[in-house]
Design a protein around this ligand. Structure first.
Ligand SMILES: Nc1ncnc2c1ncn2[C@@H]1O[C@H](COP(=O)(O)OP(=O)(O)OP(=O)(O)O)[C@@H](O)[C@H]1O
Ligand SMILES: [Mg+2]
Length: 245
C-alpha cells in the first residue's frame, strides 16, 4: 500500500442551526487504496466529505493532503488538488448530453472545454479505459440512474481527480449494477486512483475495501450509540471517535 495521501484530524462540524454532524473525527487514507467510511443515516458521513470537498467549513480540525495542510473553500479548490466527489444526489443537467455535462464548468485551461470533438473523444477514451460504458451523445435525462452515476464518475476523472469520493454509490444500484461498479473501482485502483467509498453495508465494505472502515457516529443519539457499541466489535473496524474506543 502507498504512502498516506489524506489525513483528516480531529474534525468537528457544528452547523449554524446547532446540529453537531461530526465530533472529533480522525481519518486517514493511503494512496491507491479503497477506503470505507461507514455510519448510519445521519452519522455525518456526507458532512465529513463535504468538508474535505470545500462545500462546508469544519468548525475545528485539520485536513492534510499529500503532506500539506489544505483549507478548501470551494469545490474548485479541491478539484485543482486532484480530489473529486460523486455526490449522493447527482448534480447533472438532464437536458444536456453526456459530454456537455462532463465539460460543464470545466476550467478553460483544461483545453477540452472549447472543442466539442475533443470533448467527445476525451469522454469516449476515459469511458473505455475504465469500462464505463456510456455514449457521450446520450441525453442525460434519458439515462438510467446507474448510467448517470457513470457520467458523474467520468466528470471527476476528466477533471484530473486522483482521489475519488463516492457517497453511497450503491444505494441507487441493483446487485448486478453494484458488481459492475466494483469492477470499475478495481480498475480505477489499478490505475493508481485512491477511493473513499461511503456505505452502510458492511458486506460491501468487506468485499471491496482494503482496510477496516472508518466509522462516524455523530448525529446519532446517545442511546443508539450505546447499542452500537455492543454491535460494532462483531464487525471489527476502528471508529473515528477516539473517546468511544
Ligand atoms: N446543512 C445542514 N444544516 C443543518 N444540519 C445538517 C445539514 N446537513 C446535514 N445536517 C445534519 O447533520 C447530521 C449529519 O448529516 P449527514 O448528511 O452528514 O449524514 P450522513 O451520514 O451522510 O447520512 P445519510 O446516511 O443519511 O446520507 C444529520 O443530523 C443531518 O440532519
Ligand atoms: Mg450522506
Amino acid at each position: 500500500m502507498g504512502k498516506e495521501i489524506l489525513k483528516m484530524e480531529h474534525i468537528t462540524k457544528i452547523y449554524p442551526n446547532g446540529v453537531m454532524a461530526n465530533r472529533d473525527v480522525s481519518f486517514s487514507v493511503r494512496e491507491g487504496e479503497i477506503h470505507a467510511l461507514m455510519g448510519e443515516n445521519g452519522a455525518g458521513k456526507s458532512t465529513l466529505m463535504k468538508i474535505l470537498f470545500g462545500d462546508e467549513d469544519a468548525t475545528e480540525g485539520d485536513i492534510i493532503f499529500e503532506g500539506n495542510k489544505i483549507q478548501p473553500k470551494s469545490a474548485a479548490d479541491t478539484i485543482r488538488l486532484g480530489i473529486g466527489m460523486v455526490h449522493q444526489h447527482f448534480m447533472l443537467v438532464d437536458s444536456l448530453r453526456v459530454y456537455e455535462n462532463v465539460i460543464l464548468g470545466m476550467e478553460p485551461k483544461n483545453g477540452i472545454m472549447i472543442d466539442k470533438e475533443k470533448a467527445i473523444r476525451a469522454v469516449e477514451e476515459t469511458a473505455k479505459k475504465y469500462n464505463l460504458k456510456i455514449d457521450p451523445m446520450a441525453v442525460v435525462g434519458e439515462l438510467s440512474v446507474s448510467q448517470k452515476q457513470k457520467v458523474e464518475i467520468l466528470k471527476v476523472l476528466l477533471r484530473g481527480a486522483k482521489l475519488l469520493i463516492l457517497d453511497e454509490p450503491t444505494a441507487v444500484l441493483t446487485p448486478q449494477e453494484t458488481d459492475e461498479l466494483f469492477e470499475q473501482l478495481l480498475l480505477l485502483k489499478k490505475n493508481d486512483h485512491t477511493i473513499i467509498f461511503i456505505s452502510h453495508k458492511i458486506r460491501e465494505v468487506m468485499q471491496i475495501c482494503d482496510s477496516p472502515p472508518c466509522r462516524t457516529d455523530c448525529g446519532i443519539d446517545p442511546g443508539r450509540q450505546r447499542d452500537r457499541r455492543r454491535y460494532l466489535p462483531l464487525h471489527g473496524g476502528p471508529r473515528c471517535h477516539p473517546e468511544n474506543e
